[in-house]
Design a binder for this molecule. Structure first.
Ligand code: AMP
Ligand code: MG
Length: 416
């Protein structure tokens, strides 16, 4: 089970995102269970063990093009005419094919006949009666792929802690690896909290709203490669809340809640956590967001996200996602924003990091310019659906002028 150790200092001042991540990492332990899965089921799983290349890749020297294989030593500096002799297609053997002072017809992927080291592309040669005329200027080894060029046998193909991507699966397959040992999936419980919340599809009572956060979080958690345990909507009532949290802690590795984590009288998540566990922190210097609680409930970590859907998205992307990655056994990955130009000026408070919803538009010089969405409210979901990503404005910035360069994070990068 993922664990959060006790001894957390509750009620501290606001933490930076890095401090919060550090504290979380100090207290939680990654899942240790492992399983072996076939490649077809390995996308998005976290490698539990290093994978060394069991063979050379490519396994034998071969031609990279359709053309004519020769020995470089047979070439004259000004161009060469050689008799044509022999033919090797992909998948056929080059055994016994002589290469001295001849050109051998070869095709892409065909094994190089012994002695030949260089391949002329068919487009570059002139064919005569049983001969080819080869131009000057090719380097030794051109258009030939030596055995082990991609990765040599015994080399580290993929390191433990890596979350497998499609290209990783292609590498494993090319190496002949049919199954991999991965960490077991993290089980993440999701709750919404709020008396106003209703399930989409249900009749909306007066003063009711539909629960948007669970749909958001289910998809975000699933995209992290974790198993979603959807536990529904909890009412704003501390005792019931505490009981449900304790129950969830018994069968999940992480509990994610949204709403009820601020300091209003109807915000009961913090109190509920303290009834059945303890809080490590509950405020992070991030906007939108700020109230983000990390706690432990009967040994299971809990992250209490804010209620407003945009704040949920931001705090999930920049705080919860890192904790999920850590708990899943992933090696730390540093998120890097791409530098873009601000197409607007902006004022913010010092001492907190702000994420502004922006669309990217190519500027006059082709460099991307970020345009702010007109709706800035933390509850405005169209500000997320109608933009490309977040612009990050550093903690210490206050007056930011148009044209300033700032890091941009595409939503795809944050939800991959
Ligand atoms: P809270 O932090 O509980 O005070 O919630 C802040 C705001 O977010 C309120 O306007 C809530 O109605 C709204 N909110 C909380 N949870 C959800 C949810 N699951 N879906 C949509 N809006 C929510
Ligand atoms: Mg609420």
């Amino acid at each position: 089970m993922a664990q959060l150790s006790a001894g957390a200092e509750a009620f501290e001042p606001m933490l930076t995102i890095e401090q919060a991540a550090e504290r979380a990492a100090e207290r939680v332990t990654a899942v240790t269970g492992i399983e072996t899965v076939p490649l077809a089921a390995a996308d998005g799983r976290v490698l539990a063990l290093d994978v060394a290349a069991p063979v050379d890749l490519p396994p034998f020297a071969n031609s990279a093009v359709d053309g004519y294989a020769v020995r470089f030593a047979d070439l004259a500096p000004g161009g060469t005419r050689l008799p044509l002799s022999g033919r090797v297609a992909a998948g056929s053997t080059a055994k016994g094919i002589a290469t001295e002072a001849v050109a051998v017809r070869v095709f892409t992927g065909a094994p190089m006949p012994a002695g030949a080291d260089t391949v002329f592309m068919q487009e570059d040669v002139a064919l005569g009666e049983g001969t080819v005329v080869l131009p000057a200027g090719l380097k030794v080894g051109a258009n030939a792929r030596p055995a082990g060029e991609d990765i040599a046998r015994g080399g580290l193909a993929l390191a433990a802690g890596r979350r497998l991507r499609p290209q990783d699966l292609a590498l494993l397959a090319a190496l002949g690896v049919a199954e991999v040992t991965v960490r077991r999936r993290l089980r993440v419980a999701i709750f919404s909290t709020g008396d106003e919340l209703n399930e989409p599809g249900a009749m909306l009572p007066p003063a009711g709203i539909y629960d948007a956060n669970r749909s958001l979080l289910r998809a975000l958690v699933a995209r992290c490669g974790a198993e979603v345990v959807d536990l529904g909507i909890l009412r704003d009532e501390p005792t019931g809340l505490a009981g449900r949290l304790r129950e969830a802690a018994g069968h999940c590795d992480l509990i994610l809640t949204s709403g009820g984590v601020s300091i209003g009288e109807e915000d009961h998540v913090k109190a509920a956590v303290e009834q059945v566990g303890e809080l490590a922190f509950w405020r992070i210097a991030i906007k939108p967001g700020r109230p983000v609680a990390l706690g432990l409930v009967a040994g299971t970590p809990l992250i209490g996200l804010p209620g407003n859907p945009v704040a949920v998205f931001v705090t999930f992307a920049f705080v919860a996602r890192a904790v999920i990655a850590f708990l899943s056994g992933m090696a730390p990955v540093r998120l890097r924003g791409l530098p873009v130009r601000l197409g607007f000026s902006y004022r913010k408070k010092a001492g907190r990091r702000e994420y502004v919803r922006v669309s990217l538009i190519p500027g006059p010089d082709g460099i991307a310019v970020a345009q702010k969405h007109p709706r800035e409210g933390a509850g405005a979901l169209t500000s997320l659906t109608e933009t490309d990503g977040f612009l990050e404005l550093a903690d210490d910035l206050t007056n930011i002028s148009e044209g300033t360069i700032a890091p941009f994070f595409a939503y795809e990068v944050l939800t991959g």
